[in-house]
Design a protein. Structure first.
Ligand code: GH3
Ligand code: MG
Ligand code: MG
Ligand code: MG
Length: 309
């Protein structure tokens, strides 16, 4: 089963998930809990400040948010949820005793997805929550698929380029180096010719998994950059540390020991890796990728199954 169908199955399964209720009234928290906790994992916060903190920790599928609370009110809480990258995509339903039109409109303006007035009908609350949780899951699925390659599950090239840009800025700010690697399977056309395209696809998946497993630092990332070409980004890694990582990846692919009778370097599948490193990537992302490509070309021309920098 490819990632597409796995993710779809997950999204279409019964509604479930975590819901955060932010309200200063203990009675209301109890009655919402009773309404939703048969299906959802319900967490509560009694102030906007506590709610913001919990939202970051829990990443709930949905937030039910009171408007009138001491301290941060619901509108301001929602505004801050939208400003934070970790919480901006969580749908917020306002739940309030305020039932004038201005507040209802304001609720949507600050980023709410729905507005329910108290006292609420448990069945209506339930129906609205279920609907928004389902929509949230569908949006998550589409976002996930938009940034992935469907064969390997790695990031796709567009996502790599986006993240590269962000990491570049972060490394510049922190005065840290950054390295990129281009990886290409050796004699892969021959591999397809002798074992068929399906085996070729399996081989690509195995190589992709192996590269991922060798990248252990949280910010390192790998993408499928082209057909049988992978790009890795190693933030805060200089040329020496990138070479260590590349050598580990090269050796791990050798250790897979996938037979390749028509390779001219080995009797198993191998890869070649080109590295480029910099201490100042400002405006030079394209140039760095070209440098890594040039290194890769050297690795190919000096015998393959090797790392060049
Ligand atoms: P080299 O060692 O110089 O890299 O030789 P190569 O044969 O690997 O040459 P190249 O990198 O140009 O070959 C790319 C081949 O990868 C051609 C194509 O058949 C194969 N390929 C690209 N994408 C896919 C894919 O999604 N699945 C399969 N099975 N094969 C692919
Ligand atoms: Mg209140
Ligand atoms: Mg290639
Ligand atoms: Mg190749």
């Amino acid at each position: 089963m490819g990632i597409t169908s796995e993710v779809r199955n997950e999204a279409e399964s019964l509604v479930s998930g975590t819901i955060l209720v932010i309200d200063d009234s203990p009675e209301l928290l109890l009655s919402i809990g009773a309404t939703l906790e048969t299906t959802y994992d319900v967490h509560v916060a009694t102030s906007g400040e506590a709610g913001l903190k919990l939202a970051k920790e829990l990443h709930p599928s949905l937030i039910l948010l009171d408007i009138i609370m001491p301290g941060l009110n619901g509108f301001e809480t929602c505004r801050r949820l939208r400003q934070n990258e970790d919480t901006r995509d969580i749908p917020v339903i306002f739940l309030t005793s305020k039932d004038n039109q201005d507040d209802e409109v304001r609720s949507f303006e600050v980023g709410g997805v729905d507005f329910i007035t108290k006292p609420f009908s448990p069945v209506v609350l339930r129906a609205r929550v279920d609907t928004h949780v389902r929509l949230k899951k569908q949006a998550d699925t589409l976002n996930y698929l938009a940034i992935r390659d469907s064969l390997t599950g790695l990031f796709n090239r567009r996502e790599f380029d986006d993240r590269f840009e962000r990491e570049c800025r972060a490394c510049l700010r922190a005065h840290k180096p950054l390295s990129v690697m281009m990886i290409d399977i050796d004699y892969f056309k021959h591999y397809n010719d002798s074992y068929g395209h399906q085996k070729g696809d399996n081989c690509l998946q195995a190589v992709a998994d192996t590269i991922s497993k060798q990248l252990q630092r949280g910010r390192d990332l790998v993408a499928r950059y082209g057909g049988e070409e992978f790009a890795c980004l190693l933030p805060e890694a200089d040329s020496d540390s990138a070479r260590v990582v590349a050598e580990k990846i090269r050796a791990a692919v050798v250790a897979l020991a996938i037979p390749h009778q028509m390779s001219q370097v080995s009797d198993t599948v191998t890869i070649s890796i080109g590295i480029a490193s910099t201490h100042n990537c400002e405006g030079r992302r394209q140039e760095l990728l070209q440098q890594a490509d040039a290194s890769l070309y050297r690795a190919k021309n000096t015998g393959r199954n090797r790392v060049a920098y």
